[in-house]
Design a protein around this ligand. Sequence first.
Ligand code: BTN
Length: 251
Amino acid sequence: MIYHYSSVDSTNTIAARMAALGAGHGTVVHADRQTGGRGRAGREFVSPEGGLYFSLVLIPALDSADFPLITLAAGVGLCQAIFQIAQLNVQLKWPNDLYIADRKLGGILTESGPYRRNSCPEYVIVGVGINVTTEPAQFPSSLRSRVISLYHGRKCSLEVETLLHALVDGVLSSVQKLAVNRQFLLADWQSLDYLQGRELEYDGAEGKTFATGCGLAPDGRYIVRTRDGAEHHILAGDINPVRLKFPEQPV
Ligand code: BTN
């Protein structure tokens, strides 16, 4: 079942409310824009018209250890669906961002319902925001050089409903793949890894730390190698490519 709204605060909030009232696996809440879109770590997710914003209710039959991998599985499903439908190669920036050409195309916010006695949540909400025809001017100036949309500057050749169905099916089948064989799913994720082999910076125990991206650990953490040769398995936080800093004005 798909519920469509022209404007909501956050599709994740509405989907969670529906799931708490008994909405089933596969229920979708879709909106043309959001006034209170949320990203990871409590950040705002700017959601103007031209983007695709949806939240999917999942009641997956997974081992408790696999629940933290749902965001990774969703990312794989989205990349595969976008490739099939628009022939575009999207990469995944751990843990939840979709990237094209070094810019953010979209993101995933996974939120869990209350936990049962078996250590699994009653439901999971996978929220997805993708810039489809959004123009840079629709974003705050601080984000304009960092975002991209699927059909940037071109006419969208797909109906929004067609794209939505493809993305929802992509997420559902990828989460199913996680249930059947997590190794295959993690291998698929590795092939889409945006950070692999790049020079990175992240906030480590001793402040800003520089490292090289080394891929995914079996438990879904991200492995980096710092300049002293040590490997670190990152559980949470932001890992970003080191950006070359050019002076604003030629000197
Ligand atoms: C991120 O960039 O940190 C994740 C962004 C996730 C945004 C989607 S849009 C649909 C759903 N509703 C929300 O409020 N957030 C997610």
